[in-house]
Structure formats: structure tokens, C-alpha cells
Design a protein around this ligand. Structure first.
Ligand code: AMP
Length: 311
């Protein structure tokens, strides 16, 4: 079984109240692949420029991530994003987005990438997401992410992409912006009527919620004392969530399987934010993930006890 992802592979310049990094390896597909590589063989699709250095290739190949479909464009520049966090990392401002090699990228997938069992369309232009989606007709589960930029400037293309997937993963504000609904529950209901069978609302430091026709499942974020850099947390979450589904090829993608997947996504994302960029996840271990999933489970399980209400 294998998992294919298309999305940005980037150099990020990031400033948070706790420090800054200039041109560190980032990108939605990068963070996703690192997390998902704990569950399955991951194939990354996307272009990089000839400024993409050996150290970045090495990180991109962590835990056997397959980079056969990462095209190095001669004379091109790698996608670049610059952002700054304010208010104790609770709000983010995008200062620069340079699509560079993504601007004219025509994805041609290898047979192995096309034959994926599970596909993730990480954040990038929705046209590009769809061109990859169309090549992976046999995938049993397709999920996608997006962001406010594409909701604002490529709305109708984004709508077409959404209609072609099983699961939409967006943060609360994006869900509300996309649908014009006042809450993520209302937004999720609307998106479920467009075709996808699952919607995940990412709520940053508050956690994440899953919405399907069967109901709602929600988890808080893993409680951390220090958050250094949230960049890539959403993609890392998606890598754990989608990776867990890829690791269970014989199970129907039910509300119950998706709920378990949500716990793995939540646990892995909590490591990502403890250091800058990919720094923490490249040296993460399966045992560390398992320990946080177990603590999350203990933290969230409760008994309602005997009825003790006056009324
Ligand atoms: P997240 O913090 O999970 O929202 O993802 C941050 C990552 O998304 C960074 O590593 C950026 O390189 C990447 N990114 C930022 N803006 C865009 C964009 N417009 N399209 C694709 N990827 C982006």
C-alpha cells in the first residue's frame, strides 16, 4: 500500500516570539510526509528549484519517503514563504509567498504514485491539486487541505477540488470563510452536502473535531507548556491523520477509524510545534508518538457517573 502527497515543498523564513529561522525547509507536503512516514511508504509529488540543497533532500527522505516524483527544475527557485507570529504565537501574518517553480508545474505522476491507496492534496493551488487527483483514480481515500488565499482567489476551482475528495481538513476560520457559515459545525454540515463524507476542523491550540454523517468526534490539543513555532502543525496533523488511515487498508473508512486517526494526528502535531520547522519531527520516534496517544486517551476518557442533576 502507499500514500501519495502533492503540496508545497518550501523554504520558510519564520519569526516567532521565541526566535527566528531564515530559509529552513518547510512546505505543506514536507511536513505532511514526515508525519505520515510513521505509518506507510509516502511518495511526494512536487517541484523544487536548483537552490534545493543536499541537507533538504536528506530531510525530505527521512524514514524512506520516496522522492522520485520531486522534480528539480533547472534554473528554478524553490517555493518561498515568510511569516511572523504575534500575540504569543496565536496569530500569524504572511509576509511573502513566492510560488516560483510551482507557477508552471505540470504534475506527471510515476506509475507507483498513481497507484496509491490513499492520496493527500496538501495546500497548493486547487487546479494543481485536481490535476493530481485525476491521475489517482484508484485511491480508496482522498483528503485535502487548503487555505484562505485559495478560498479568496480561486474559489470556484477549489469547489471543484472539494467535490472530488472524501475528506476536507481546514481550520475553523477557513471553514467559515469557505461556506459563509458562522460555526464549524454548520460549515461542516454544508461541506458534507457537497460530496465529501468527512470534514475535519482544525482548531489550533484547542484541538480538532471530526464531522461525518454519523456524528462528531473531538479532541483537545495535547497540553504543552511551551510552543516555539506552530508552522506546519496543520500539515503534521494531517500526516498523522491520513497516515493512520493508510496504515489500515483492510478497514472501512468509518467514523470510528477516522476518530482513532484524529488522535494520532493530534499527538504528532504536538511534537511539531515544540521546535522550529521540521527540527523536532525528524528525530521523533514511534514510541514517543504512542506515549502521547495513550496520554491523550487517558486525558479524554471519562465516566458520566450516576445522574446527579436537580430539575
Ligand atoms: P501550516 O502551518 O500547517 O498552515 O503550514 C505552513 C506551511 O505551509 C509552511 O511550511 C509554508 O511553506 C506552506 N505554505 C504557506 N503558504 C502557502 C501557500 N499559499 N500554498 C502552499 N503552501 C503554503
Amino acid at each position: 500500500m502507499s500514500l501519495t502527497v502533492v503540496g508545497s515543498i518550501a523554504y520558510d523564513s519564520v519569526k516567532t516570539p521565541f526566535g527566528e529561522r531564515d530559509r529552513m525547509l518547510g512546505g505543506a507536503a514536507t511536513h505532511f510526509a514526515l508525519a505520515a512516514s510513521f505509518f506507510d511508504e509516502v511518495r511526494v509529488v512536487g517541484p523544487v528549484g536548483d537552490d534545493f540543497d543536499d541537507a533538504s533532500w536528506e530531510v525530505l527522505r527521512t524514514r524512506g519517503i520516496v522522492t522520485d516524483d520531486v522534480e528539480q527544475v533547472a534554473g528554478g527557485k524553490t517555493f518561498f514563504w515568510k511569516g511572523e507570529y504575534h500575540d504569543n504565537v496565536n496569530s500569524r501574518e504572511t509576509l511573502v509567498t513566492e510560488l516560483n517553480v510551482f507557477e508552471h508545474f505540470e504534475p506527471k505522476l510515476s506509475d507507483a504514485s498513481r497507484a496509491c491507496d490513499v492520496l493527500f492534496l496538501a495546500n497548493i493551488q486547487p487546479d494543481l491539486q485536481r490535476r493530481v487527483r485525476e491521475q489517482c483514480q484508484g485511491a480508496r481515500f482522498v483528503a485535502m487541505d487548503s487555505m484562505d488565499l485559495w478560498i479568496n482567489i480561486a474559489h470556484s476551482s477549489l469547489m471543484q477540488t472539494i467535490r472530488s475528495v472524501d475528506c476536507v481538513i481546514l481550520n475553523d476560520e477557513e471553514l467559515e470563510l469557505l461556506t459563509g457559515k458562522p460555526t464549524s459545525a454548520a460549515a461542516a454540515r454544508e461541506i458534507l452536502s457537497w460530496g465529501p463524507t468527512a470534514v475535519v476542523a482544525k482548531q489550533g491550540k484547542y484541538g480538532a473535531a471530526l464531522f461525518t454523517a454519523e456524528g462528531v468526534f473531538a479532541l483537545p490539543a495535547y497540553p504543552l507548556e511551551h510552543v516555539i513555532d506552530p508552522t506546519g502543525a496543520g500539515d503534521t496533523f494531517a500526516g498523522g491523520f491520513v497516515g493512520y488511515i493508510a496504515a489500515h487498508p483492510d478497514e472501512e473508512v468509518s467514523h470510528e477509524l477516522l476518530s482513532r486517526a484524529l488522535a494520532y494526528g493530534t499527538a504528532i502535531a504536538s511534537f511539531n510545534v515544540e521546535e522550529f520547522g521540521t527540527e523536532r519531527v525528524v528525530r521523533l520516534t514511534a514510541e514517543e508518538i504512542a506515549a502521547r496517544v495513550e496520554r491523550l486517551q487517558r486525558m479524554t476518557a471519562f465516566s458520566a457517573g450516576p445522574l446527579a442533576l436537580r430539575g
